[in-house]
Write a protein that binds this ligand. Sequence first.
Ligand code: HEC
Length: 170
Amino acid sequence: MNPKFTIISRFQNLSLVVLSLLLLTLANCGKIEEAAKTVEPAAGTFTYIYTKTLKTECIECHTPTGAATLEKRVAIDFTTQALAYKTLTEGLVAATDTVLICPNVKLVASGSPSTSYLAGLLLTEYYKSNDFADVSGCAPDSVHTEKKNALSTVEKTSIADWITNGAKNN
Ligand code: HEC
């Protein structure tokens, strides 16, 4: 083979390698972007509620050292998604202010937003100024009115749908 030709062909091979590497990198970038998109949680799941609402709007007060725990002895803890799920789905209303006593009212009553204190607290259509969940004198506290207004429509429907569909750990 003519040496000149060999050099050219080597050079061509090298450019092919560089080009392939470039294409591979581009293809991977696309994949990474796709993966990021699929991580976005679906509305109506607990993961959605935790990431979009509890973690951003509520965590400042609902941790073991937050105002709700220290001032009102409310035991819900939004530090992690697992703790948020556990404390919301296993808990009863704990607030001790005289006007707010709701004995045996669940924070989340699976399948029933109208008797779930969480829904009464955050969703206007489930709020009752008296006799919430048929408990005389029970009224979800207004400390959350401002938060209620801050939530988007999809955040609100996600809470209602999640409870209606069995409050799953999804
Ligand atoms: C500024 C502090 C603050 C923020 C932010 C806040 N809360 Fe609260 N939350 C409280 C306090 C204080 C109480 C107890 C008040 C009461 O019911 O007397 C409470 C009570 C509750 C209760 C009832 C618990 C019980 O056992 O009585 C739930 C459920 C709740 N909050 C959910 C939320 C959610 C969900 C958000 C976010 C959308 C949120 N909170 C944001 C302060 C806060």
